[in-house]
Structure formats: C-alpha cells, structure tokens
Design a protein around this ligand. Structure first.
Ligand SMILES: [Mn+2]
Length: 226
C-alpha cells in the first residue's frame, strides 16, 4: 500500500490518470490525497470532480480545501459580491459553474466540496493548501489555527491563500505538504515544508508526493484549459 499527495489539479483529469498509471496506483490498496484546487481553469473540471467523488465514496481519495473551492462556495452564496473575482478568466471559475449546471448531481457534489477540511493531520505529515498560520512571535505554524485565522472582510481562511514568505513549518515537527505556490519541480521548500504544485493547468506537469518513501513523481502531459 502506498499513499500519494497530489498538487493542484485544476481539472486536469487526463494528466492525473496518466500520472496514476505511471506509479501503478491501485485503488484497492493505495490512497490519494489532494492539497486542494481540484476545480477551475481546466475544461475537464466536471469530469475530474465526478471521478474523485467516486474515489471518495470508494475510500481511496481524500481532499482538503483550496482557495478555489473556498471562492466557489462564497460565489454561490453571494454571486454579486464575488462574481467579478470568481468568474475572472485569470481565476477560471466559469468552467466549474458550467460543469455544475450540466451535472444532475451538482447538489451532492457541492455538499461534498463544502465538507472538505481546511487541513489534514496524518501521522508524520500535515496537508494544507497554502500554509499553516503562524503562532504569533514565533517561526512556527499551527494547524489548529487554520479555522481561526480569517480575513475580517471576506471571511476567507489565510491558510488557503498564503504566499511566500508566509510559509511556516509545523511546531509539532510534522512535515507540511502544500500546493498553491507553483514550483518547477516538487521540492523541499525549506525544513519541514514540501511544495508540490507544479502548475499543471499551464505547464501540463502534475506531481505526486509518496509519503512512505518521501519521493516525488511527475507526469508531463498537455493541459486542457478553458
Ligand atoms: Mn491555490
């Protein structure tokens, strides 16, 4: 059995399938985690979400929330307030909205996405989309702060939107695995922090990190974007 963490997928279901084949992923034994930003940008977002929803039901897939999922949910609650940001071509929300409009199961899918946790703590690893919020006056982050540190105007969680240099290792010595900030190759960004978003929606390159032997696995495909 092996456990893999995928970087930001943004609808790139074809590249994910090829990557899973290349590591001989076996859904009967192996596990796949996502660090969020499953949706938006990619024209196959609807197909990817349906595939992963099946995976969650079958027990081989576990996601956490990304800033794209957070803005989607905010947009659906208040389209007038968040429409300009979410539907901006640079953010890429339109493909997700049209996929939801076409899906007979959109209510199920949205309920599922709304339940994704902000952070996931495993034995030796912590998954968070952007970064752990910093414990004040320290160099450490704390997963328990993820649901507490919110932007006072938007209510958005800082752990989903953080950019360098605001990335902090966890005080409990677990290795933090994040997406959101694009790197050329999956890498040890600094002690205790691993970054695995290789910008697949524009580079065509998706990356997995295997927990058991701390190895990186990438596949170079062709992105399909809206
Ligand atoms: Mn992101």
């Amino acid at each position: 059995m092996a456990s893999y963490v995928a970087g930001d997928l943004h609808g790139q279901v074809r590249i994910l399938e090829a990557l899973l084949r290349s590591v001989r992923f076996d859904p009967r034994e192996d596990r796949l985690y996502s660090v969020g930003d499953v949706i938006d940008r990619g024209t196959d977002t609807g197909e990817l979400v349906a595939f992963l929803h099946e995976g969650a039901r079958a027990g081989w897939f576990s996601p956490i929330m990304g800033n794209h999922e957070e803005l989607l949910l905010a947009y659906l609650k208040d389209p007038r307030r968040h429409g300009a940001d979410y539907l901006d071509p640079g953010f890429g929300g339109r493909v997700t909205i049209s996929a939801l409009e076409r899906s007979p199961r959109s209510d199920d899918l949205l309920e599922w996405i709304a339940g994704w946790p902000l952070v996931l703590s495993l034995d030796s690893f912590i998954l968070v989309h952007g970064a752990l919020p910093r414990i004040r006056q320290s160099i450490w982050g704390d997963p328990d702060l993820c649901d507490k540190r919110v932007d006072s105007e938007t209510g958005f969680h800082s752990c989903l939107w953080a950019r360098p240099p605001e990335l902090y290792p966890s005080y409990d010595q677990k290795t933090v695995i994040s997406g959101h900030n694009i790197v050329q190759e999956g890498q040890h960004y600094q002690d205790g922090i691993i970054l695995i978003d290789t910008g697949g929606y524009r580079t065509g390159r998706l990356t997995l990190f295997r927990l058991e032997d701390r190895s990186f696995h990438s596949f170079q495909g062709k992105p399909r974007c809206g």
